[in-house]
Design a protein around this ligand. Structure first.
Ligand code: SF4
Length: 229
């Protein structure tokens, strides 16, 4: 099938699930998660087909208090969801090297969200998680990040496809979780579990950009109010 087709990765995903369901035992899957809200919908599908371990590998998140908040949100969701659904899901939290990350991604300051530095950032975090999955003999690896409309599914799948060559015994599970209203379904699950939903991507520049947008909106609405008298 042509990879330009917009349903290519979702179709690959569905085909693979059929293969997996024919196996006697569920295979193991290491699932990289950037945050709790993005985990919700992918996990709700994947637990039906795999023995899932979630990996929180995100040295991009700034500041430390936000990192801890996102991790606590994800832990709360996992605790409540696994109890409600009567499923077992393990969690691995990476020993993140925040200073190393910040040094490697200084050029993000001169870039923009969704630009080439962001693709490197996705690749960096996916590599950390994929390497862990490979070293610990997981059958499959994937990331939840394709659920977000702000993250490009095609590029994420291409990055992981390249990484899979380095980690050949852990297969990459193609995905496009934003298909079939995946992002909306995820938001609804996040609301049901009352999860904190952050309003910026993660790194320090993305936080500052968000703050700038919010302060511009605030001063614009103050001007509008002045005009209205
Ligand atoms: S905006 Fe998001 S994806 Fe881009 S560099 Fe920052 S944390 Fe990484």
């Amino acid at each position: 099938m042509n990879k330009e087709c917009k349903d290519y990765y979702n179709q690959e995903f569905k085909d693979l699930l059929k293969e997996v369901d024919a196996l006697r035992e569920k295979p193991t899957l290491f699932l990289h998660a950037c945050c709790g809200p993005c985990l919700t919908y992918p996990l709700s599908i994947l637990v039906k087909h795999f023995k899932v371990t979630v990996g929180f590998f995100n040295p991009n998140i700034f500041p430390q208090s936000e990192y801890e908040k996102r991790l606590a949100t994800l832990e709360k969701f996992l605790q409540e969801y696994t109890k409600d659904e009567n499923v077992k899901v393990d969690l691995i939290v990476n020993e993140d090297d925040f200073i190393k990350y910040q040094n490697l991604f200084k050029d993000r300051l001169a870039s923009y969200e969704g630009g080439p530095v962001c693709l490197r950032c996705h690749a960096y975090r996916m590599n950390l998680a994929y390497e862990y999955a490979f070293r610990h003999h997981y059958d499959y690896f994937t990331t939840v990040m394709t659920v977000s409309c702000k993250k490009p599914s095609r590029e994420l799948n291409e990055i992981a496809e390249k990484l899979s060559l380095q980690y050949p015994t852990t297969k990459y599970l193609y995905s496009d979780f934003k298909k079939e209203n995946g992002q909306l379904k995820g938001i609804l699950i996040a609301k049901k579990y009352n999860l904190y939903r952050q309003n910026y991507c993660g790194c320090e520049p993305s936080l500052k950009e968000r703050q700038n947008v919010l302060s511009q909106k605030k001063s614009q609405s103050e001007k509008d109010l002045e005009i209205l008298g």
